[in-house]
Structures are given as C-alpha cells and as structure tokens.
Design a protein around this ligand. Structure first.
Ligand code: 3PY
Length: 252
C-alpha cells in the first residue's frame, strides 16, 4: 500500500521564530486531531530546519528542505549540501519545484545531481513536475510531464525510484488560486503512474506516492484526494496556517 502524504511547502516565508510557532501549532493539532494514516511533512527554509526538527514529534512529522546543492561539498558559496540537510535531522528534500526551475535555472541535468545526492544521503526526494499554461493549452501536457520524468527520475534504478515521492504541480495553478479540476488531476496522475509502470513495472508504479500541488486548500483537498491516483498534496500557502494545513491532512 502506498503512503498518503501531505507536505507543506513554506517557500520563502516566516522568520525562524514564526516558523517554530507554526511547527508547534501543527504538531499539537496533528497529535490530537490528525489522521493517523497520513505522513505529514513540513518543508521549511534551511534556516529553520534544526529548530523545527527539535519542535515536532519526529515519529509523526517529517521535515523537508526545499532544495539542496548539486555538489557534495566544496567551494560553492551560499550552497547547502544534501549531507548538511541530513545532519539537521530532516528526512526529505523538495526538488525541481517550478519556481526553482524558472527563477534559478534548474535543468534536468542539475536535478539529476541533486536527486542522486539526496538519495546517497538517505533523504527522500519529493520530485516536482508540471506543465506551464501554454503546454496545457496546446494539449501536450502528458508528453511534457512524462518527459520531465524521463530526463530525471526515470534514470534511477527501480530500487532508488521506489524511494522517490512525485509531486505533480501544474504551473498554471501555482500561486494563481486556480486549481486543476479533480478530473484533470486524476487524468495526469494516472498517466504518470502508467508511465512509471511502463518504465519499472506495475508493482513499482503502485508503490509510488504521487502528490497534487498547486493552490490545494481546505476547500478543494477533499475532492482532489478522493481520486484513486492522488496520494496526497504538496501544499503552498495553506500550509502557513496550522488550521488549514490540518484540514487538508484530514481531507481523506
Ligand atoms: C502551491 O501550492 O502553489 C505550491 O507551489 C506548492 O508547492
């Protein structure tokens, strides 16, 4: 049985103090009211990770970095390596978010190095993929997104691929308030799972959690998560409010 995962992506929001307060609130709500069968992850800025790891019940809530360096170590001023992320106690790294691809020029080549380093360091990559509006309007979104996987995580061995969480985030639904309809989400998630089955076999494909991301909120989570191939969400803005985040965790 694949895991249901709800991961918050705080992006470049909150001071360390605000982040710790938010983590504390989420921790309390999840402990008392959170659905037990949902893996909960908080994707915080690098500066917050150690404190957030100390704040939450690590047996119940995982912590993710939102990026890591494409090099193991060395003269790369300002970079944070996968080994450094691991040493904070975090368990996950969000990789390939469209904001990183668009604003920081992250290519498939760079992402392959980051995915490899993440896995080498025993971290779980939450690998993001998704199409821009013009691709959706041209109707070629399936080929576009599957190609993103082919250029990156489909190069992994089956054993390594099984460790990856995939997040489908249509770019036109990120920060726009627009959400893919439940049919659009299910259609793409099924296409991605079929592509995984073609690459690695159905058994492996059935083990991979595919999260939906892009303006997922307490109002639409229920409908999105009801789809058979939607295994949770990568949550932006709504993960910055503990009550909203809890409502999404409990939307199954
Ligand atoms: C969003 O919810 O808009 C996101 O980008 C989540 O990663």
């Amino acid at each position: 049985m694949r895991k249901k995962v709800v991961a918050g992506n705080w992006k470049c929001n909150t001071t360390v103090q605000e982040g710790v307060e938010l983590a504390k609130a989420v921790n309390e709500l999840v402990a008392t009211e959170g659905a037990k069968d949902v893996v909960v992850v908080l994707g915080t800025p690098f500066t917050h990770i150690t404190k957030v790891v100390e704040t939450v019940d690590n047996s119940r809530i995982g912590v993710a970095a939102q990026n890591c360096a494409a090099e193991a170590k060395g003269a790369f001023t300002g970079e944070v390596s996968a080994a450094m992320v691991k040493s904070t106690g975090a368990g996950y790294v969000i990789l390939g978010h469209s904001e990183r691809r668009e604003y920081y020029g992250e290519t498939s080549e760079i992402l392959n190095k980051k995915v490899a380093l993440t896995l080498e360091n025993g971290l779980t990559p939450i690998y993001c993929c998704g199409e821009p509006l013009e691709i959706r309007e041209a109707g070629t979104q399936k080929e576009f997104v599957i190609n993103q996987l082919k250029e990156t995580v489909f190069k992994l061995s089956a054993d390594d691929f099984k460790k990856v969480i995939v997040a489908y985030e249509p770019i036109w639904a990120i920060g726009t308030g627009k959400t893919a309809t439940t049919e659009q989400a299910q259609e793409m998630h099924k296409d991605l799972r079929d592509a995984m089955a073609a690459q690695y076999g159905q058994e492996v494909a059935d083990e991979i959690s595919i999260l939906y991301g892009g303006s997922c909120n307490p109002k639409n989570a229920n409908e999105l998560f009801a789809n058979p191939d939607v295994d949770g969400g990568l949550i932006g803005g709504a993960s910055l409010k503990a009550d909203d985040f809890l409502a999404i965790i409990n939307a199954y």
